[in-house]
Design a protein around this ligand. Structure first.
Ligand code: LLP
Length: 389
């Protein structure tokens, strides 16, 4: 929801830009923190969702750790002031250089995705005379019921170590003097709205936790990843996800042995709703079959619709200030990029729209700014914070 004075202020600005509602971000983080603390859970924020400086600063101040997927994300987290002892490093393809860097910073743990990676980390840690803490990322073969491109926990996905490889992984670990096994890690997918998926994950995690326990290995950490979805259709209805319901599933169904910690890697749920992409209508093109709104933001600023056919709510902010009549029309809202997939929404019902109107594409705080590109030599992405004059 944007009040008219905000829209008037936007009108003076060059578009497109990301707008971050810092108050909503703070309230979202506080809600997540409170629910997690109540149950004694630990949250590592998945930097990949958004590593904008101010956003990251608020998350650091909340006291969360960081979940990183590249050496540069580890570096960004450290520069932003996250405690290395609360940084985990995941990813199927960590390079030697990235591993060495993370070792030198003494991060909390590597989430290891293959047996070969164990051997590489052991050798690199040995060369630095360090001991690497690792959690084995196990592919639990749980269907996340989400878009195929953001499903990660099925046997056909490239992520993690398969459950049938575990005995071999343990055998390998016995020969790795520079590795300390601290836990197991899972992540089954993203934008998960059916909490039953997490229940299924708990069942698998319990089986695996027992598997280790039966072999005399008491794991310190059960890391269940991220994935909690948000409401892209009605961003103002529940602008803060129900963290309590989410964490409660794990509290109820994940069996912890004495001393075991539960870790989470939330990304989207923490930052999606605080971000909107604000753009201007460049042209209104009434075709024979279609009416097009050509706006000045494209897939270069927000790639999700082009890449995943993702839905984002689109609003005409100028019309919503109340100066326009009640007439509406269906529009295909498209960007200026030379690709047919550069489309934010088809047949979107909007107030009668004019050149110069401001458009908001909502729920864009996660996987928006971070996935921007310079394709077509587009301008560097701009952003505005709600507490800026
Ligand atoms: N942990 C791991 C190991 C992950 O791979 C991910 C996301 C997360 C945590 C955070 O998941 P979240 O809580 O944000 O769902 N670009 C896609 C999403 C890719 C997600 C990749 N992994 C999108 O725009 O929908």
């Amino acid at each position: 929801m944007f009040d008219p004075s905000r829209v008037n202020a936007f009108a003076q600005r060059e578009t497109p830009f990301y707008y971050y509602d810092m108050d909503l971000l703070e309230r979202t983080l506080a809600a997540a923190r409170k629910s997690a603390d109540t149950l004694g859970f630990h949250v590592h924020y998945a930097l990949k969702a958004n590593f904008n400086d101010r956003v990251l600063g608020s998350i650091r101040d909340t006291g969360f750790g960081a979940d990183c997927v590249s050496g540069n994300e580890v570096r960004r987290a450290i520069e932003a002031g996250f405690d290395p002892d609360k940084i985990v490093f995941a990813g199927v393809g960590k390079s030697d250089k990235e591993i060495t860097y993370a070792l030198s910073e003494d991060i909390f743990a590597f989430n290891v995705e293959s047996i070969q990676e164990l051997e590489v980390i052991d050798a690199l840690a040995g060369a630095l005379e360090k001991r690497a803490r690792v959690a084995l990322r196990i592919n639990p073969n749980v269907d996340a019921h989400t878009h195929q491109y953001i499903t990660t926990g099925l046997d056909e996905n490239k992520f993690g170590i398969a459950h049938w490889e575990l005995a071999e992984a343990m055998e390998t670990l016995r020969g790795c003097p520079h590795i300390e096994l601290v836990g197991i890690h899972f992540h089954v997918g993203s934008q998960i709205t059916d909490l039953n998926v997490f229940k299924s994950l708990c069942v698998k995690a319990n089986e695996l936790n027992n598997w280790f326990d039966e072999r005399g290995i008491r794991l310190k950490v059960l890391n269940v990843g991220g994935g909690l979805g948000v409401d892209y259709y009605e961003p103002d209805k529940q602008s803060i996800p129900d963290f309590h319901a989410y964490f409660s599933v794990f509290d109820e169904f994940l069996e912890r042995k004495p001393g075991q910690e539960v870790h989470f890697e939330l990304g989207r749920a923490l930052v999606s709703q605080c971000g909107s992409l604000v753009s201007r209508v460049l042209y209104v093109k009434n075709g024979i079959k279609k009416n097009f709104l050509i706006i000045d933001a494209g897939m270069t600023e927000l790639m999700r619709p082009a890449l995943y056919q993702a839905y984002h709510r689109i609003e005409n902010l100028t019309a919503d200030t109340g100066t326009y009549g009640d007439d509406t029309k269906h529009y295909d809202v498209v960007g200026p990029i030379c690709e047919s997939s550069d489309c934010f929404g088809k047949e979107v019902l909007l107030p009668l729209t004019r050149r110069g109107d401001l458009i908001a594409i909502r729920t864009a705080g996660a996987y928006g700014e971070v996935m921007a590109s310079r394709y077509n030599l587009r301008e560097e992405i701009r952003y505005v914070y709600s507490d800026q004059p």
